[in-house]
Design a protein around this ligand. Structure first.
Ligand code: SPV
Ligand code: MN
Length: 628
């Protein structure tokens, strides 16, 4: 055995040590040894994924007070994060950058040695009166080219429990692993806790990502997006690995869409938050394979993808029987669910937008809550936080896709990119080819923050592929890798741009109902199988009226009229030209070294738009575009 294992012999109890002995990887022993020496836990618990150990973790989450089972519905527990710890934290999340290197200026970064010194001083002795739990997991299905081993040392039973719902168990994989693979590692401590078992030193919250060693350090925080290393934190590491190895690590949902004769077509989608990602993946009658993160690889010329995770850490606000019947049903039925930062009253969880009147008092993340309670700034505290969440295993959902754990992944036939665009892009359109789609819809993904009839500057946020915050390599390299990936494929997925938020230019009304997204999804399914035609516009291929009329009737039992079609699928020249200008300006400022194709494709689109304006005017109805 290696030197680190020998050093562990004097620090770890025999029963726990035996579990570590089965793992041959010195990196694992070293990581645990260094975590112990730094954090000085009172006890060490190694989870080898036996049912008894998993049950013990769940029980300890309650015994420790981090979760409570005081809810009427069996299997339900709740957890609170502190008032200053209710979401991902851009300010305190930083890359550790070796001396002489620089990442994109938009990314928070700190010189590596300095950062390590700081975070080590915060982690020092942080587990003195606690147990350090060690969990081994797999990102992606087990026994697959996608499997990525990962491990976390944490002093939070809530974290150890949450990962059980969200990631595949990996102890056996670690034992079987002989080759030296990249392992993503997280060391987390919630730090000192107050009487409500909430991190006390939130003002010393730090989340540092060391890409040199594939390690995440997180301290004085409990919010799962900060404390579980495998959401957006490991995504940052995975993006670097994917770039080195020529695949894609993405902020994607994946869904199975039903077609003719029980055919199933898989589509992936990237949307910035609050642009319809989960509600698309959860459309009734279809299946969900992933809701947040995907790894995508070329295998034998096919574009294959897996869910990095196996559960959902989802936003609970506005989940109600009308808009999200499937999730609502799950959240109100017996089964293992962790609610976080909701209101608790009468043994039940309550949240904003649940479709019922909320109690006037109860317990929430601020302690005892009553209607009218304000914070120290005098601002009203809502009964549940807007980022309140539920954690649930995908397998608990009746619409969970059967290929969730398929080691081969699923073949992606289409990828969609969707932002909040009130004025320019069509509700749905298809790129002319991979490059065009990736640049015109993915790189150009914009979200508007307020609706302005008169366009104002500063209301748009560009969020490339909805992943910009996490791109840990130069953005130009990220785009280059995407374009090159398409070239490797024999069967290239279609690329779609969707926009659920198009508004009438005069009245400001939305031109589509929430349910209409189902039609666009079904149209993509038909396109991917070569069953319907399209009209060619300067920005992409759009549906034919007859096909939409048929789909609206068949899927939603709605009469779709020529007038609807004209409103939704007329090309708006001024708005589209402005959009390109904004994107080009952004690229010139932020990514001047973007691949040459990026600028070329946008220039070509601009030329097509200008020519169309010359020939047909400012507002062009769809019948002017030829059928292809
Ligand atoms: C998101 O905010 O995009 C999430 C939740 O999926 S978090 O884990 O916080 O990233
Ligand atoms: Mn997400």
């Amino acid at each position: 055995m290696n030197d680190y294992f020998k050093k562990l012999e004097s620090l770890v109890d025999k029963t726990e040590l035996e579990k570590l002995e089965k793992i041959k990887h010195p990196t694992v022993h070293r990581f645990i040894y260094e975590a112990i020496v730094l954090c000085r836990p009172k006890n060490i618990f190694i989870c080898a994924d036996t049912p008894d150990e998993i049950a013990y973790i769940k029980n300890m989450a309650i015994v420790s007070g981090e979760e409570s089972a005081a809810l009427i519905t069996p299997g339900h527990t709740f957890h609170f994060d502190g008032p200053q710890d209710q979401g991902r934290d851009r300010q305190t999340t930083k890359f550790l950058v070796p001396h002489g290197e620089r990442l994109n200026p938009v990314l928070n970064q700190i010189e590596r040695e300095e950062g390590l010194k700081e975070i080590f001083s915060l982690l020092k002795n942080s587990m003195r009166d606690k147990t350090m739990i060690v969990r081994f997991l797999s990102l992606g299905p087990i026994d697959s080219v996608f499997s990525t081993p990962c491990m976390e040392c944490t002093d939070s039973w809530y974290v150890a429990h949450s990962v059980d719902l969200l990631y595949r168990e990996g102890y056996k994989m670690f034992c079987d692993m002989d080759e030296v693979k990249d392992i993503f590692k997280t060391l987390h401590s919630a730090g000192r806790l107050d009487k409500n078992r909430v991190s006390l030193d939130w003002n010393k919250k730090r989340i540092y990502i060391d890409y040199l060693t594939d390690t995440v350090y997180s301290v004085n925080t409990q919010y799962a997006g900060n404390s579980i290393g495998f959401k957006k934190l490991a995504l940052r590491l995975a993006i670097r690995k994917a770039h080195r190895e020529g695949w894609l690590a993405e902020h994607f949902m994946i869904m199975g869409v039903k077609g003719q004769k029980n055919r199933k077509t898989y589509l992936a989608g990237a949307f910035p938050s609050a642009c319809g990602k989960t509600s698309t993946a959860m459309l009734p009658g279809e299946t969900i394979l992933a809701d947040d993160l995907a790894y995508v690889k070329e295998i034998n010329g096919e574009c294959r993808a897996v869910n990095v995770e196996k559960g959902i850490f989802g936003i609970i606000q506005d989940v109600n029987p009308k808009d999200d019947p499937l999730i609502y049903e799950i959240l109100t039925s017996p089964g293992e669910i962790i609610f976080s930062n909701v209101l608790i009253k009468d043994g039940r969880p309550w949240w904003l937008g649940m479709g019922r009147e909320l109690p006037k008092e109860g317990r929430n993340y601020t302690g005892d809550w009553y209607d009218g309670k304000t914070d120290e700034k005098g601002e009203r505290i809502f009964p549940s936080h807007k980022n309140a969440r539920y954690t649930v295993s995908l397998k608990a959902l009746p619409n969970c896709d059967s290929a969730l754990d398929d080691p081969q992944g699923v073949v992606l036939s289409g990828i969609m990119f969707g932002g909040r665009d009130y004025s320019a892009y069509f509700p749905v359109q298809e790129g002319f080819d991979w490059e065009h789609g990736i640049i015109a819809y993915g790189v150009s993904l914009e979200t508007e923050t307020t609706f302005a009839l008169v366009e104002e500057e500063g209301k748009y946020e560009i969020n490339i592929m909805s992943i910009q915050d996490f791109v840990s390599i130069p953005l130009s390299e990220y785009i280059r890798n995407y374009l090159a990936f398409g070239k490797k494929l024999r069967k290239v997925p279609l690329v779609f741009g969707v926009n659920y938020f198009l508004r009438d230019l005069k009245t400001g009304e939305y031109l589509n109902a929430r349910q209409d997204k189902h039609i666009w999804i079904k149209w993509m399914e038909l396109r991917a199988n070569g069953e319907v035609g399209a009209r060619k516009t300067p920005t992409g291929l759009i549906p034919l009226f007859e096909d939409l009329r048929y789909l609206f009737k068949q899927i939603l039992d709605k009469e779709y009229t020529q007038e609807d079609y004209q409103k939704q699928f007329s090309l708006r020249l001024k708005e589209n030209l402005r959009k390109i200008e904004r994107i080009e300006r952004f690229l010139q400022n932020q990514i001047p070294d973007a691949p040459e194709e990026t600028f070329r494709i946008l220039e070509e689109q601009k030329k097509r738009l200008l020519q169309a304006r010359e020939e047909l005017g400012e507002y062009i109805t769809p019948d002017n575009f030829s059928v292809v």
